[in-house]
Unconditional design. Sequence first.
Length: 187
Amino acid sequence: MEDKTIRLSTPLDEDITASLTIGDRVLISGVIYTARDSAHKRFFELLDKGEELPIPLKGQIIYFVGPTPAKPGRAIGSAGPTTSGRMDAYTPRLLDLGLKATIGKGQRSDEVKEALIRNKAVYLMAVGGAAALIARSIKSSEVIAYPEFGAEAVRKMEVVDFPAIVVNDSKGGDLFVEGVTKYRKTS
């Protein structure tokens, strides 16, 4: 695993996501969208009825976050990742519809990892506990759907150098597996 930092701009191109490898550090600039459990459930209700989603999926990134309210002069409050596994039931379908990356924390299911491979997409992890630092990379934040969900409303965020790490790549790499293997002590 080569240690490198890659600058990404949204929307993501499949050639770019296919070139990413576990352990790559990325700095994302452009638009990313937020959605958590309730929003994903609502997305599926819309898709099942053949209706449009409130966000575009092709080449986009969804960040699993429920930010705190913004302090005066800031675009957003603390914006740390939430556990991605809660969205695992929804993620494969969204990837099949063109989503190219998700950002969260924790491991993903086998079904999500298979969908990442199938769609040349990636799972990125933001560092839990660094919510205030992450928020500095968010230059604007606008609720665009489901304001009734409060902190879990869907947002469109403009980011500059949003830091993340590739945890699952489109080649089947899994940093949680390979990282443990790499650093496991032998007896």
